[in-house]
Design a protein around this ligand. Structure first.
Ligand SMILES: *Cc1c(COP(=O)(O)O)cnc(C)c1O
Length: 392
């Protein structure tokens, strides 16, 4: 099933668990999105901004030195890191702000973890002259000071969140609270394939451009389809963006890489699909890190963008049906992989992305014969330099 049912269910996952005050807004959004999704004028406008503003299509780069190093894997990197603002997030924020404009909304709110979604949101708000409020956990605010400065320069009102673990999930709660208070004029730009229906579907559709391009580019270069797709999974948007176009290509194996943090046994990780249980968070049913009492567990990853106890419902469905498999890479291996890519290819990836790169070491040892793989290079490492300076 590549599309959810009318209530936004991917199998048992997804749906819309929302406060009464938001039901009308979400229904209105769903109607509008359903209408414009197939509207040629909307799609033309979206494509034009992706091209001329964000810098699409992004390159599919054959990483020859990395491939030689890994021996059994021929690696192609889908270079989302080369897009404006440095990651795949801009695809989604451009799509959503165009929807917001069509709905006549004048105020944008968003949550952010790594700050990348906040920057991508503040960017498109500046582009269209809309008011922008960004909620960010105080913990992340410290880790990602550079992105906070970027958001402020772009004119956003950045509001620190001090509740809970002071990270992404708490910022998301705060944004929902704001939306409940201002449903009339405000549009909530969610940063991943999570949240109430129709967000998981809408965000996937806006990110699906990654896989559509990659599939076409790979076919043009190799005259066949890749054996593997590999992407890191926080909420799951860059992974789903890459995977979706290959859904029907049953021979193409999909691998989502979660953050094992200090190790899966340590409890300090963000491996929701591997270690979570079914639960409801931020408006949809999916896998969720929770303790024995069903309380949401605090996630940990060295990569702020992976540090989220939930995951998009479509990934839970992919896992349940076996369409994709999910693995995890710890903090240390991610940092090593960042260095490996830097030295071998002259590309410094984001710490989130480095998890996907790290898994190639494992995959290279598993494959029986020489295989090809497309990795979603979801973002660049500039934002992580302060954190790395402290580590190295
Ligand atoms: C935000 C972010 C992620 C994680 O988000 P997904 O929704 O899982 O894609 C991964 N990589 C980068 C560079 C990010 O900024």
């Amino acid at each position: 099933m590549a599309y959810p049912d009318n209530q936004g269910h991917f199998g048992q996952y997804g749906g819309r668990y929302a406060p009464e005050t938001l039901m009308a807004v979400l229904t209105e959004l769903e109607k509008e999105f359903t209408r414009i999704r197939k509207n040629p004028a909307f799609n033309k406008e979206f494509s034009l901004y992706l091209q001329e503003y964000a810098g699409r299509p992004s390159n599919l780069y054959h990483a020859k030195r990395l491939s030689a190093h890994l021996k059994t894997l021929n690696v192609y990197l889908k270079r989302e890191d080369l897009l404006h603002t440095g990651a795949h997030k801009i695809n989604n924020t451009l799509g959503q702000i165009l929807v917001a404009r069509r709905m006549g909304k004048t105020r944008i709110i968003a949550e952010t973890g790594a700050g990348q979604h906040g920057v991508a949101t503040a960017t498109v708000c500046a582009l269209f002259g809309l008011k922008c409020v960004i909620y960010m956990g105080r913990e992340d605010l410290h880790r990602q000071a550079l992105n906070v400065l970027r958001m402020k320069l772009l004119g956003a009102d950045v509001r620190p969140v001090d509740s809970g673990s002071k990270t992404l999930k708490d910022a998301m709660n705060e944004a929902v609270r704001d939306w409940v208070a201002h449903p009339e004029d405000t549009f909530y730009i969610i940063g991943s394939v999570a949240g109430f229906h129709p967000y998981p579907l809408m965000v996937r559709e806006f990110q699906a451009v990654i896989g559509k391009e990659a599939r076409r580019q790979f076919l043009a270069k190799e005259r066949r389809l890749p054996d593997f797709l590999v992407a890191c999974v926080g909420g799951g948007s860059n992974a789903m963006g890459l995977f979706h176009a290959f859904y029907g290509d049953s021979k193409v194996q999909m691998i989502g890489v979660e953050a094992a943090g200090h190790g899966l046994a340590s409890g300090a990780h963000s491996a929701t699909l591997m270690k979570g249980r079914v639960g409801v968070l931020h408006g949809s049913k999916s896998m969720l890190l929770q303790n024995a009492d069903g309380q949401v567990q605090i996630a940990h990853s060295i990569a702020a963008g992976l540090d989220y106890p939930g995951v998009g419902p479509e990934h839970a469905y992919y896992k349940e049906t076996g369409r994709a498999r999910y693995v995890a890479v710890d903090d240390k291996s991610a940092v090593q992989a960042l260095k490996m890519l830097a030295r071998l290819e002259g590309i410094i990836p984001a710490l989130e992305t480095a998890h996907a790169i790290a898994y190639l070491n494992t995959l290279a040892k598993q494959v029986k014969k020489s295989s090809s793989v497309i990795v979603c290079l979801s973002g660049r490492g500039d934002k992580d330099m302060n954190q790395l300076a402290a580590l190295i």
